[in-house]
Design a protein around this ligand. Structure first.
Ligand SMILES: [Cu+2]
Length: 155
């Protein structure tokens, strides 16, 4: 009887170990949204300017909407998402508090459209330099991005 019960308890131990191994992935909720970032870049600001615009492409490959609610960068005192527009012949910028990217949707921030505004940039940005950006989503997720500085006039 002894070897038999040993086998049974050994099998039970494997079962418990297996359940323990499975539990963490089953109990931790999947991220609310999965966003991929491509082609993050910054046109080099003209000399004497302390603001810069950052552009990038956001692709929601998840199954729930992703809502971008904040941006920050160590090179800028503050940062925000803006929308450029022409109103009564004047070029204007409006803050975009919440930028929603639906599942499967790709949103491109590009010149004359949506952009990340970097305010009070602390130092001159050199062409080729990589500038860290942190994108904060309503889910609490943060995406760390590196934007490359390109010559002024790049598209
Ligand atoms: Cu702006």
């Amino acid at each position: 009887m002894y070897p038999r019960s040993l086998t049974a308890s050994f099998a039970f131990a494997i079962l418990v170990a297996g359940a323990w191994l499975i539990a963490p992935s089953a109990s931790s909720a999947p991220p609310a949204a999965e966003v991929q970032v491509e082609n993050a870049w910054i046109p080099q600001p003209p000399p004497g300017t302390d603001v810069a615009a950052a552009y990038l492409t956001l692709r929601n490959v998840g199954h729930t909407p992703a809502v971008l609610v904040g941006v920050s960068s160590p090179v800028a005192a503050s940062a925000a998402v803006h929308q450029s527009m022409i109103m009564q012949g004047e070029s204007m910028m409006m803050p975009v508090e919440r930028l929603t990217i639906r599942p499967g949707e790709t949103v491109t921030l590009k010149p004359n459209g949506l952009h990340v505004m970097l305010n009070s940039v602390r130092k001159p940005l050199q062409v080729g330099e990589r500038v860290p950006l942190v994108l904060r989503f309503a889910s609490g997720e943060e995406l760390h991005v590196s934007a490359q500085v390109r010559p002024l006039g790049s598209q």
